[in-house]
Design a protein around this ligand. Structure first.
Ligand SMILES: Cc1cc2nc3c(=O)[nH]c(=O)nc-3n(C[C@H](O)[C@H](O)[C@H](O)COP(=O)(O)OP(=O)(O)OC[C@H]3O[C@@H](n4cnc5c(N)ncnc54)[C@H](O)[C@@H]3O)c2cc1C
Length: 131
């Protein structure tokens, strides 16, 4: 195994969507970041899954003209609980559902990043049915 030494403020293990979003956010805040990936590829499962995010009531959804945008955080929470049940703590579920839109706002503030609504993906959620 190759040995190396590198100082950083934040060490991110893995390079999937969650990891790279964390790495991006830390770097954007001025912290030095190292991303350590176990494989020879960047992107993890996220890269070959299509890279979609399910984050209810976000700005990209509100701008979309081909889906029902009357979704609410409460409805999303109910849906999430029906799918995930008690496999994760409710506080964690609430944090995920309640803060997704703020994450999208944060990412969209960077002109180098762009998101689009994929209506066929949104069909996962009953409240995001195509018009
Ligand atoms: C075809 C397909 C369709 C999917 N569709 C959906 C869907 O519709 N809805 C949905 O919710 N989910 C879906 N998923 C699942 C979803 O893509 C994953 O749950 C999500 O991408 C996981 O993201 P992540 O950031 O947690 O980690 P990942 O993207 O899995 O990345 C983890 C990374 O960490 C690396 N790693 C692991 N251990 C170490 C270590 N010790 N040191 C260094 N690196 C390490 C791995 O090599 C990998 O690169 C789908 C997946 C696939 C493949």
């Amino acid at each position: 195994m190759r040995q190396w030494t590198h100082d950083c403020d934040v060490l991110v293990i893995g390079s999937g969507g969650g990891a790279l979003t964390g790495a991006y956010t830390a770097a954007k805040a001025g912290l030095s970041v190292v991303v350590a990936e176990a494989t020879g590829f960047v992107g993890g499962t996220t890269a070959y899954s299509g890279g979609g995010m399910w984050l209810p009531c976000n700005a990209v959804l509100r701008r979309a003209d081909n889906i029902d945008t009357t979704d609410t955080i409460e409805a999303a929470r109910t849906y999430y609980r029906a799918v995930v049940g008690d496999r994760t703590p409710r506080s964690l579920q609430d944090a995920f559902v309640g803060n997704g839109a703020a994450l999208v706002d944060h990412l969209e503030a960077d002109d180098a990043l762009a998101s689009q609504c994929l209506a066929q993906r949104s069909a996962h959620s009953p409240s995001h049915r195509r018009r």
